[in-house]
Design a protein. Sequence first.
Length: 357
Amino acid sequence: MNNLKNDLYVRACKRLPVERTPIWIMRQAGRYLPEYRTIREKYDFLTMCKTPELAAEVTIQPVDILGVDAAIIFSDILVIPEAMGMPFEMNEGRGPVFYHPIRSDEDEKQLKEISAADDLKYVLDAISLAKKELDGRVPLIGFSGAPWTLLTYMVEGQGSKTFSNVKKLIYNNPELAHKILNKLTDAIADYLSAQIEAGADAIQIFDTWAGNLSSRDYLVFALKYVNQLILKIKRKDEPIVYFPKGVHYRMRTTADCGADVIGVDWTIDLAKARDKVGNKVAIQGNLDPTVLYAEPNFIRREARKVLQSYGEGTGHIFNLGHGILPDINPDHAKVLVDYIKEKSGQYHLADLATLKR
Ligand code: CP3
């Protein structure tokens, strides 16, 4: 499979037998690693994203330091709005802030049509370079924000507690919301197809703000576009992971979106999530990221509960229920990775028998 020396992650995504549960950590390339901070001190965030040598280097850091079973390309979900003509600033503490959020039909007209091959070439170059440098050690995951989450950032201009501006847009001017969502869906499909072409072994679609919608609006403004997006992505058999944070109450419908894997946060037991999706999709998750603040034995106990909750058999990719926090001790992340590698084999004895046959 794709000349990968370790293809556990790809096999688990496709629910093929695995010897043990694969693990990687959302936001694994980032500030909690001193090795990342050393590079970040010298360059600003976007320079790092736009310099393939730097992006490839920090992409591989967690593979070397933690021994995770997959790498994810170092970039950000906000590179698409940036390419469409919306510059932003990465504020220490506050996160990204767009200078000119879009709130009106006039603003929308200013958005540029983009072509990934030209406007986001630096990400594609980073993927090709990281693939080359990884030399098949582990798969490389490409990613994008989902249409709804990108729309939210573009309209709010920054993170928000109430999401008042994007809610005003979908209630008062739904035509405009749908127009932008359609534009984004096409841009993301082109971008993700190009990432696969450049060498990405799998794709993750981050829908971080999906949980801020009502259950019905989730179908209309988020899931519908993810459905269309997945149909449009050109791929051979590269798995697609959809992570709609905060909407596990829609597991069953979400499992029909065309993704191979659904990511879940820590507010649902994996046993329940698995029961709802049946054999349709694999599941990624879902240790509470703050568990990594605790001492090693507590981390191991909580990790075991997640493994036990999913139970036996393939189709589980171990991860946190959201990104790793910047003030986590990297040794604690390593405790988690080592534990899963050592102890998850017992959940795959039947898989192993199939593999040996
Ligand atoms: O997972 C990885 O290691 C790959 C790299 C990656 C980054 N951002 C790097 C990053 C990925 C997959 C993302 C996705 C992303 N970016 C999401 C979706 C996932 C999620 O966490 O919900 C979102 C919402 C963003 C937007 C964003 N970018 C925020 C809110 C912030 C600031 C807060 C924070 O966590 O730092 C960023 C900045 C960012 N993106 C950093 C990194 C390493 C830190 C920037 C720095 O070095 O100052």
